[in-house]
Write a protein that binds this ligand. Sequence first.
Ligand code: LLP
Length: 421
Amino acid sequence: MDHFLYRDGALYAEDVPIADIAAAVGTPFYVYSTATLLRHFTLFDEALSGMDHLVCYAMKAASNQAILKTLAQAGAGMDVVSGGEYARARAAGVPGDRIVFSGVGKTADEIRMALTGGIRQFNVESEPEMAVLNRVAGEVGVRAPITIRVNPDVDAKTHAKIATGKSENKFGIPISRAREVYALAASLEHLEVIGIDVHIGSQLTDLAPFELAYQKVAELTGTLRADGHTIKRLDLGGGLGIPYARSNEAPPLPTDYGALIERTVGHLGCEIEIEPGRLIAGNAGLMVSEVIYVKSGEDRDFLILDGAMNDLIRPAMYDAHHDIVPVVEPAPGADQVPYDIVGPVCESGDTFAKGRMMPALAAGDLVAFRSAGAYGAVMSSEYNTRPLIPEVLVHGDQYAVIRPRPTFDEIINRDTIPEWL
Ligand code: LLP
Protein backbone atom coordinates (compact mmCIF):
# COMPACT_ATOMS: atom_id res chain seq x y z
CA MET A 1 0.00 0.00 0.00
CA ASP A 2 1.18 3.51 -0.69
CA HIS A 3 -0.11 7.04 -0.45
CA PHE A 4 -0.21 7.97 -4.14
CA LEU A 5 -3.88 7.89 -5.02
CA TYR A 6 -6.28 9.63 -7.37
CA ARG A 7 -8.66 12.08 -5.76
CA ASP A 8 -11.28 13.90 -7.80
CA GLY A 9 -9.50 12.89 -10.99
CA ALA A 10 -6.00 14.02 -9.97
CA LEU A 11 -3.04 12.07 -8.63
CA TYR A 12 -1.99 13.05 -5.13
CA ALA A 13 1.04 12.35 -2.96
CA GLU A 14 -0.64 12.12 0.46
CA ASP A 15 -2.64 15.38 0.57
CA VAL A 16 -0.68 17.24 -2.09
CA PRO A 17 -1.67 17.25 -5.78
CA ILE A 18 1.26 16.07 -7.92
CA ALA A 19 0.42 18.76 -10.48
CA ASP A 20 1.00 21.46 -7.82
CA ILE A 21 4.49 20.14 -7.12
CA ALA A 22 5.21 19.96 -10.85
CA ALA A 23 4.11 23.57 -11.29
CA ALA A 24 6.35 24.69 -8.42
CA VAL A 25 9.55 22.69 -9.03
CA GLY A 26 9.34 21.81 -12.74
CA THR A 27 9.67 18.35 -14.25
CA PRO A 28 11.10 15.77 -14.03
CA PHE A 29 11.36 15.18 -10.29
CA TYR A 30 11.19 12.47 -7.65
CA VAL A 31 8.56 12.70 -4.94
CA TYR A 32 8.45 10.58 -1.77
CA SER A 33 5.69 10.00 0.74
CA THR A 34 6.66 10.18 4.42
CA ALA A 35 3.62 8.10 5.43
CA THR A 36 4.58 5.30 3.03
CA LEU A 37 8.22 5.27 4.16
CA LEU A 38 7.15 5.05 7.79
CA ARG A 39 4.47 2.47 7.10
CA HIS A 40 6.96 0.15 5.39
CA PHE A 41 9.57 0.57 8.11
CA THR A 42 6.94 -0.13 10.78
CA LEU A 43 5.75 -3.26 8.96
CA PHE A 44 9.24 -4.74 9.28
CA ASP A 45 9.70 -3.51 12.83
CA GLU A 46 6.42 -5.09 13.90
CA ALA A 47 7.07 -8.30 11.96
CA LEU A 48 10.16 -8.83 14.14
CA SER A 49 8.62 -7.57 17.37
CA GLY A 50 8.79 -11.01 19.00
CA MET A 51 12.58 -10.96 18.79
CA ASP A 52 15.39 -8.67 19.90
CA HIS A 53 15.98 -6.89 16.59
CA LEU A 54 17.11 -3.85 14.63
CA VAL A 55 15.86 -2.93 11.16
CA CYS A 56 18.87 -1.42 9.38
CA TYR A 57 17.56 0.42 6.32
CA ALA A 58 19.79 -0.31 3.29
CA MET A 59 20.31 3.32 2.40
CA LYS A 60 21.74 2.49 -1.02
CA ALA A 61 18.06 2.36 -2.09
CA ALA A 62 17.43 6.07 -1.40
CA SER A 63 19.83 8.09 0.68
CA ASN A 64 18.61 11.67 0.76
CA GLN A 65 19.27 13.19 4.19
CA ALA A 66 15.56 13.91 4.71
CA ILE A 67 14.65 10.28 4.02
CA LEU A 68 17.36 9.03 6.38
CA LYS A 69 16.21 11.44 9.11
CA THR A 70 12.60 10.35 8.69
CA LEU A 71 13.53 6.70 9.16
CA ALA A 72 16.15 7.29 11.85
CA GLN A 73 13.64 9.24 13.93
CA ALA A 74 11.33 6.22 13.71
CA GLY A 75 14.10 4.06 15.17
CA ALA A 76 15.78 2.61 12.08
CA GLY A 77 19.43 1.67 11.99
CA MET A 78 21.32 1.97 8.69
CA ASP A 79 23.16 -0.46 6.46
CA VAL A 80 25.96 1.42 4.66
CA VAL A 81 28.30 0.24 1.92
CA SER A 82 30.75 3.11 1.50
CA GLY A 83 32.47 5.91 3.36
CA GLY A 84 30.07 8.32 1.68
CA GLU A 85 27.04 6.43 2.96
CA TYR A 86 28.58 6.25 6.43
CA ALA A 87 29.06 10.04 6.36
CA ARG A 88 25.48 10.51 5.16
CA ALA A 89 24.10 8.35 7.96
CA ARG A 90 26.08 10.24 10.59
CA ALA A 91 25.09 13.59 9.08
CA ALA A 92 21.44 12.53 9.36
CA GLY A 93 21.97 11.98 13.09
CA VAL A 94 22.25 8.19 13.12
CA PRO A 95 24.53 7.11 15.99
CA GLY A 96 27.43 4.81 15.12
CA ASP A 97 26.02 1.98 17.18
CA ARG A 98 23.06 1.80 14.78
CA ILE A 99 25.17 1.58 11.63
CA VAL A 100 26.32 -1.67 10.05
CA PHE A 101 28.98 -1.58 7.36
CA SER A 102 28.49 -4.03 4.47
CA GLY A 103 30.24 -4.36 1.13
CA VAL A 104 32.82 -6.47 -0.59
CA GLY A 105 35.53 -3.81 -0.98
CA LYS A 106 35.80 -1.62 2.10
CA THR A 107 39.01 0.38 1.93
CA ALA A 108 41.37 1.00 4.86
CA ASP A 109 40.28 4.67 4.88
CA GLU A 110 36.60 3.74 5.04
CA ILE A 111 37.29 1.27 7.82
CA ARG A 112 39.23 3.88 9.80
CA MET A 113 36.46 6.41 9.36
CA ALA A 114 33.87 4.00 10.78
CA LEU A 115 36.09 2.79 13.61
CA THR A 116 36.81 6.30 14.78
CA GLY A 117 33.26 7.55 14.23
CA GLY A 118 31.56 4.55 15.85
CA ILE A 119 30.10 1.43 14.30
CA ARG A 120 27.72 -1.35 15.29
CA GLN A 121 29.54 -3.98 13.27
CA PHE A 122 31.40 -4.69 10.06
CA ASN A 123 30.05 -7.45 7.85
CA VAL A 124 33.34 -8.87 6.65
CA GLU A 125 33.43 -10.47 3.22
CA SER A 126 36.93 -11.92 2.78
CA GLU A 127 40.15 -12.90 4.52
CA PRO A 128 42.21 -10.04 3.03
CA GLU A 129 39.58 -7.58 4.26
CA MET A 130 39.76 -9.18 7.69
CA ALA A 131 43.53 -8.62 7.76
CA VAL A 132 43.14 -4.93 6.89
CA LEU A 133 40.37 -4.48 9.44
CA ASN A 134 42.54 -6.10 12.12
CA ARG A 135 45.47 -3.84 11.26
CA VAL A 136 43.45 -0.62 11.18
CA ALA A 137 41.61 -1.51 14.41
CA GLY A 138 45.02 -2.04 16.03
CA GLU A 139 46.18 1.39 14.79
CA VAL A 140 43.02 3.07 16.08
CA GLY A 141 43.33 1.14 19.35
CA VAL A 142 39.94 -0.61 19.33
CA ARG A 143 38.53 -4.09 18.76
CA ALA A 144 36.29 -4.15 15.71
CA PRO A 145 32.99 -6.02 16.13
CA ILE A 146 32.44 -8.28 13.13
CA THR A 147 30.13 -10.74 11.53
CA ILE A 148 31.33 -12.71 8.54
CA ARG A 149 29.13 -12.74 5.47
CA VAL A 150 28.63 -16.29 4.34
CA ASN A 151 27.58 -17.18 0.85
CA PRO A 152 25.06 -20.00 1.29
CA ASP A 153 25.00 -21.02 -2.40
CA VAL A 154 21.26 -20.50 -2.69
CA ASP A 155 19.54 -19.47 -5.91
CA ALA A 156 17.57 -16.31 -5.11
CA LYS A 157 15.60 -16.66 -8.37
CA THR A 158 15.88 -12.99 -9.19
CA HIS A 159 17.48 -10.92 -11.98
CA ALA A 160 21.09 -12.11 -12.55
CA LYS A 161 22.51 -8.62 -11.91
CA ILE A 162 21.04 -8.48 -8.40
CA ALA A 163 21.46 -12.09 -7.22
CA THR A 164 24.29 -12.41 -4.71
CA GLY A 165 23.96 -15.74 -2.92
CA LYS A 166 25.31 -18.23 -5.44
CA SER A 167 28.87 -19.51 -5.27
CA GLU A 168 29.69 -17.80 -8.59
CA ASN A 169 28.87 -14.36 -7.11
CA LYS A 170 31.59 -12.17 -5.63
CA PHE A 171 29.91 -11.86 -2.23
CA GLY A 172 30.80 -13.36 1.14
CA ILE A 173 32.86 -16.44 1.86
CA PRO A 174 31.63 -19.90 0.83
CA ILE A 175 29.65 -21.36 3.70
CA SER A 176 31.67 -24.54 3.29
CA ARG A 177 34.78 -22.62 4.44
CA ALA A 178 33.08 -20.80 7.32
CA ARG A 179 34.70 -22.78 10.17
CA GLU A 180 38.18 -22.13 8.83
CA VAL A 181 37.56 -18.40 8.33
CA TYR A 182 35.93 -17.98 11.76
CA ALA A 183 38.96 -19.70 13.32
CA LEU A 184 41.20 -17.20 11.54
CA ALA A 185 39.05 -14.28 12.73
CA ALA A 186 39.18 -15.52 16.32
CA SER A 187 42.96 -15.57 16.17
CA LEU A 188 43.17 -11.88 15.22
CA GLU A 189 43.73 -9.69 18.23
CA HIS A 190 41.81 -6.61 17.15
CA LEU A 191 38.63 -8.32 15.95
CA GLU A 192 35.67 -9.38 18.03
CA VAL A 193 33.53 -12.03 16.36
CA ILE A 194 29.88 -11.48 17.27
CA GLY A 195 27.78 -13.15 14.62
CA ILE A 196 26.94 -14.21 11.09
CA ASP A 197 25.76 -12.20 8.09
CA VAL A 198 23.96 -13.36 4.96
CA HIS A 199 22.32 -11.57 2.02
CA ILE A 200 21.28 -13.56 -1.03
CA GLY A 201 19.89 -10.99 -3.45
CA SER A 202 17.36 -8.31 -4.14
CA GLN A 203 13.76 -8.21 -5.42
CA LEU A 204 12.99 -11.74 -4.17
CA THR A 205 9.34 -12.48 -4.75
CA ASP A 206 9.36 -15.94 -3.19
CA LEU A 207 10.24 -16.75 0.42
CA ALA A 208 11.69 -20.21 -0.31
CA PRO A 209 15.28 -19.02 -1.01
CA PHE A 210 15.27 -17.03 2.27
CA GLU A 211 14.11 -20.14 4.11
CA LEU A 212 16.90 -22.25 2.63
CA ALA A 213 19.54 -19.63 3.42
CA TYR A 214 18.35 -19.00 6.99
CA GLN A 215 18.20 -22.74 7.71
CA LYS A 216 21.84 -22.95 6.67
CA VAL A 217 22.67 -19.99 8.93
CA ALA A 218 20.89 -21.69 11.86
CA GLU A 219 22.88 -24.84 11.32
CA LEU A 220 26.11 -22.87 11.04
CA THR A 221 25.32 -21.04 14.29
CA GLY A 222 25.30 -24.38 16.12
CA THR A 223 28.54 -25.50 14.49
CA LEU A 224 30.38 -22.25 15.22
CA ARG A 225 29.16 -22.15 18.81
CA ALA A 226 30.40 -25.71 19.26
CA ASP A 227 33.76 -24.48 17.94
CA GLY A 228 33.78 -21.93 20.76
CA HIS A 229 32.75 -18.76 18.89
CA THR A 230 30.32 -16.21 20.23
CA ILE A 231 27.38 -15.97 17.85
CA LYS A 232 24.94 -13.51 19.37
CA ARG A 233 23.81 -11.52 16.34
CA LEU A 234 22.47 -12.63 12.96
CA ASP A 235 22.30 -10.13 10.11
CA LEU A 236 19.89 -11.65 7.63
CA GLY A 237 20.33 -9.08 4.85
CA GLY A 238 17.64 -7.45 2.74
CA GLY A 239 16.01 -8.40 -0.50
CA LEU A 240 12.27 -8.74 0.02
CA GLY A 241 10.66 -7.78 -3.30
CA ILE A 242 7.89 -5.33 -4.12
CA PRO A 243 5.04 -5.41 -6.66
CA TYR A 244 6.24 -3.41 -9.68
CA ALA A 245 3.25 -4.34 -11.85
CA ARG A 246 0.24 -3.86 -9.62
CA SER A 247 -2.02 -5.83 -11.91
CA ASN A 248 -0.36 -9.22 -11.53
CA GLU A 249 2.16 -9.34 -8.70
CA ALA A 250 1.68 -10.15 -5.04
CA PRO A 251 5.06 -10.66 -3.37
CA PRO A 252 5.21 -11.97 0.20
CA LEU A 253 4.44 -9.57 3.03
CA PRO A 254 6.87 -8.49 5.74
CA THR A 255 4.69 -10.35 8.26
CA ASP A 256 5.24 -13.65 6.40
CA TYR A 257 8.93 -12.85 6.22
CA GLY A 258 9.03 -12.12 9.97
CA ALA A 259 7.30 -15.41 10.71
CA LEU A 260 9.86 -17.20 8.54
CA ILE A 261 12.71 -15.58 10.47
CA GLU A 262 11.15 -16.60 13.77
CA ARG A 263 10.67 -20.17 12.51
CA THR A 264 14.18 -20.61 11.11
CA VAL A 265 16.42 -18.74 13.57
CA GLY A 266 14.14 -17.55 16.39
CA HIS A 267 15.14 -20.38 18.72
CA LEU A 268 18.82 -19.41 18.68
CA GLY A 269 18.54 -16.52 21.13
CA CYS A 270 20.34 -14.17 18.76
CA GLU A 271 19.69 -10.52 18.15
CA ILE A 272 18.28 -10.22 14.61
CA GLU A 273 19.17 -7.56 12.09
CA ILE A 274 17.66 -7.15 8.66
CA GLU A 275 18.69 -4.75 5.89
CA PRO A 276 15.66 -3.97 3.73
CA GLY A 277 16.04 -1.17 1.19
CA ARG A 278 13.65 -1.60 -1.71
CA LEU A 279 10.59 -2.54 0.29
CA ILE A 280 10.91 0.55 2.47
CA ALA A 281 11.61 3.12 -0.26
CA GLY A 282 10.45 1.57 -3.54
CA ASN A 283 6.74 2.21 -3.44
CA ALA A 284 7.26 5.34 -1.38
CA GLY A 285 8.49 7.26 -4.42
CA LEU A 286 7.38 8.34 -7.88
CA MET A 287 9.29 9.91 -10.73
CA VAL A 288 7.11 12.52 -12.38
CA SER A 289 7.79 13.55 -15.95
CA GLU A 290 6.15 15.62 -18.68
CA VAL A 291 5.37 14.57 -22.23
CA ILE A 292 7.46 16.73 -24.56
CA TYR A 293 6.21 15.31 -27.86
CA VAL A 294 4.01 12.56 -29.16
CA LYS A 295 5.78 11.36 -32.27
CA SER A 296 4.20 9.08 -34.86
CA GLY A 297 6.66 6.53 -36.20
CA GLU A 298 6.26 4.11 -39.08
CA ASP A 299 4.42 1.48 -37.07
CA ARG A 300 4.17 2.91 -33.57
CA ASP A 301 3.73 6.07 -31.56
CA PHE A 302 6.45 7.38 -29.26
CA LEU A 303 5.76 9.25 -26.08
CA ILE A 304 8.88 11.38 -25.67
CA LEU A 305 9.25 12.44 -22.03
CA ASP A 306 11.50 14.99 -20.34
CA GLY A 307 12.71 12.22 -17.97
CA ALA A 308 15.33 9.84 -19.30
CA MET A 309 17.54 6.85 -18.57
CA ASN A 310 19.97 9.05 -16.65
CA ASP A 311 17.15 9.92 -14.24
CA LEU A 312 15.77 6.38 -13.84
CA ILE A 313 18.10 3.73 -15.20
CA ARG A 314 16.32 0.57 -14.02
CA PRO A 315 14.43 -0.14 -17.29
CA ALA A 316 17.61 0.27 -19.39
CA MET A 317 19.81 -1.63 -16.96
CA TYR A 318 17.62 -4.50 -15.78
CA ASP A 319 14.74 -4.44 -18.28
CA ALA A 320 12.75 -3.44 -15.21
CA HIS A 321 9.04 -2.76 -15.44
CA HIS A 322 7.61 0.38 -13.83
CA ASP A 323 3.92 1.13 -13.97
CA ILE A 324 3.50 4.54 -15.63
CA VAL A 325 0.27 6.38 -14.90
CA PRO A 326 -1.15 9.71 -16.08
CA VAL A 327 -1.33 12.38 -13.41
CA VAL A 328 -4.83 13.30 -14.60
CA GLU A 329 -6.98 10.24 -13.96
CA PRO A 330 -8.29 8.72 -17.20
CA ALA A 331 -12.07 8.57 -17.48
CA PRO A 332 -13.44 5.13 -16.64
CA GLY A 333 -13.41 2.96 -19.78
CA ALA A 334 -11.28 5.51 -21.72
CA ASP A 335 -9.63 4.05 -24.83
CA GLN A 336 -6.07 2.86 -24.39
CA VAL A 337 -3.41 3.10 -27.08
CA PRO A 338 0.06 1.52 -27.26
CA TYR A 339 3.09 3.79 -26.86
CA ASP A 340 6.80 3.28 -26.81
CA ILE A 341 7.72 5.50 -23.87
CA VAL A 342 11.16 7.03 -24.26
CA GLY A 343 13.41 9.81 -23.00
CA PRO A 344 15.42 12.40 -24.96
CA VAL A 345 18.87 10.82 -24.42
CA CYS A 346 20.74 9.95 -27.59
CA GLU A 347 20.65 6.18 -27.45
CA SER A 348 18.00 3.58 -28.14
CA GLY A 349 18.47 2.14 -24.66
CA ASP A 350 16.72 5.25 -23.39
CA THR A 351 13.41 3.41 -23.52
CA PHE A 352 11.18 3.01 -20.48
CA ALA A 353 8.53 0.77 -22.01
CA LYS A 354 7.54 -0.65 -25.39
CA GLY A 355 3.95 -0.98 -26.58
CA ARG A 356 2.67 0.21 -23.19
CA MET A 357 -1.11 0.66 -23.18
CA MET A 358 -2.00 4.16 -21.98
CA PRO A 359 -4.88 6.58 -22.47
CA ALA A 360 -4.13 8.97 -25.33
CA LEU A 361 -1.70 11.63 -24.11
CA ALA A 362 -0.54 14.95 -25.52
CA ALA A 363 2.44 17.26 -25.11
CA GLY A 364 2.34 18.92 -21.71
CA ASP A 365 0.62 16.01 -19.95
CA LEU A 366 2.26 14.66 -16.79
CA VAL A 367 2.97 11.00 -16.10
CA ALA A 368 4.20 9.29 -12.93
CA PHE A 369 6.50 6.28 -12.78
CA ARG A 370 5.42 4.20 -9.83
CA SER A 371 7.76 2.20 -7.58
CA ALA A 372 10.62 4.58 -8.36
CA GLY A 373 11.58 5.43 -4.78
CA ALA A 374 14.28 2.76 -4.50
CA TYR A 375 17.31 2.70 -6.79
CA GLY A 376 15.92 5.68 -8.71
CA ALA A 377 17.47 8.99 -7.65
CA VAL A 378 20.53 7.25 -6.19
CA MET A 379 21.41 5.65 -9.51
CA SER A 380 20.86 8.78 -11.58
CA SER A 381 23.62 10.60 -13.42
CA GLU A 382 24.21 13.78 -15.38
CA TYR A 383 24.71 11.98 -18.70
CA ASN A 384 24.05 14.37 -21.61
CA THR A 385 24.63 17.15 -19.04
CA ARG A 386 21.11 16.70 -17.82
CA PRO A 387 20.98 18.08 -14.26
CA LEU A 388 20.20 15.62 -11.45
CA ILE A 389 16.48 15.98 -10.96
CA PRO A 390 15.01 17.41 -7.75
CA GLU A 391 13.76 15.26 -4.90
CA VAL A 392 10.65 16.34 -3.00
CA LEU A 393 9.33 14.95 0.28
CA VAL A 394 5.64 15.10 1.13
CA HIS A 395 4.31 15.01 4.67
CA GLY A 396 0.53 15.26 4.90
CA ASP A 397 -0.42 18.50 3.16
CA GLN A 398 3.12 19.87 3.25
CA TYR A 399 5.97 19.31 0.85
CA ALA A 400 9.58 20.39 0.65
CA VAL A 401 12.31 20.20 -1.95
CA ILE A 402 14.92 17.98 -0.33
CA ARG A 403 17.43 18.25 -3.17
CA PRO A 404 17.19 21.14 -5.60
CA ARG A 405 17.89 20.91 -9.30
CA PRO A 406 21.40 22.21 -9.94
CA THR A 407 21.87 25.02 -12.43
CA PHE A 408 23.92 24.50 -15.58
CA ASP A 409 26.60 26.80 -14.11
CA GLU A 410 26.83 24.68 -10.97
CA ILE A 411 27.39 21.62 -13.10
CA ILE A 412 29.91 23.25 -15.41
CA ASN A 413 31.82 24.91 -12.59
CA ARG A 414 32.61 21.57 -10.98
CA ASP A 415 35.06 21.05 -13.83
CA THR A 416 38.47 22.69 -13.49
CA ILE A 417 40.69 23.82 -16.34
CA PRO A 418 44.39 22.86 -16.32
CA GLU A 419 46.78 25.80 -16.44
CA TRP A 420 48.03 24.97 -19.94
CA LEU A 421 44.63 25.69 -21.47
N1 LLP B 1 22.03 -5.66 2.09
C1 LLP B 1 22.99 -5.87 1.17
C2 LLP B 1 24.28 -6.41 1.60
C3 LLP B 1 22.74 -5.56 -0.18
O1 LLP B 1 23.69 -5.77 -1.09
C4 LLP B 1 21.48 -5.03 -0.56
C5 LLP B 1 21.19 -4.68 -1.95
C6 LLP B 1 20.52 -4.83 0.45
C7 LLP B 1 20.83 -5.15 1.76
C8 LLP B 1 19.16 -4.25 0.16
O2 LLP B 1 18.41 -5.07 -0.68
P1 LLP B 1 16.89 -4.69 -0.98
O3 LLP B 1 16.11 -4.89 0.31
O4 LLP B 1 16.84 -3.28 -1.42
O5 LLP B 1 16.48 -5.62 -2.04
N2 LLP B 1 20.05 -1.47 -8.17
C9 LLP B 1 19.27 -2.69 -8.14
C10 LLP B 1 19.25 -3.33 -6.75
C11 LLP B 1 20.62 -3.63 -6.19
C12 LLP B 1 20.59 -4.23 -4.82
C13 LLP B 1 21.96 -4.34 -4.25
N3 LLP B 1 22.05 -4.78 -2.90
C14 LLP B 1 17.87 -2.40 -8.65
O6 LLP B 1 17.59 -1.27 -9.04
O7 LLP B 1 17.04 -3.31 -8.71
